[in-house]
Design a protein around this ligand. Sequence first.
Ligand code: HEC
Length: 103
Amino acid sequence: MTKILPILLCLFCINAVANDMFANADVKAGKALVEKNCISCHASSYGGDGSGIYTREYPKVKTSKGLVAQVRSCNTMLGLKWFEDEELNVAAYLNQTYYKFEK
Ligand code: HEC
C-alpha cells in the first residue's frame, strides 16, 4: 500500500496538470529553485544566465506538458529529489518567463 499511494498521487497530479497546468504553482519558489540548481550548465553552453537555452531558435520543449516532462527529467538526472509541486513551480516559472505556452 505504501508503494501504491505515491503512484495514485502522481496520477492525480497528472490529471490536475492536464486540466489547468500551472494554476496553483508558486512561480517565485520555482524561480529560486532554477537559480539555485539549473543555471550553471545551461550558462556554460549558452552564456549569460543560461536562459538562451529556453529561447533558442528550435527549443526542444513545445508544450507546457513537455516542459513539465523536461523539468522532471532534469530533476531525475541531477538527483535533486524535487517533489511534484516543486517541478510544477519550476515549469510554471520557466513558462511565465520564457516559453509562454497557453496550454
Ligand atoms: C548537467 C547540466 C545541466 C543541468 C544542471 C541542467 N540542465 Fe537543463 N539542459 C541541459 C542540456 C544539455 C539541455 C539540452 C538538451 C537537449 O538539447 O536535448 C538542457 C535542456 C533543458 C531544457 C529544454 C530547453 C529547450 O530546448 O526548450 C529545459 C526546460 C531544462 N533544461 C531545464 C532544466 C532545469 C529545470 C534544470 C534544473 C533542475 C536544468 N535544466 C539543469 C543540461 C543541464
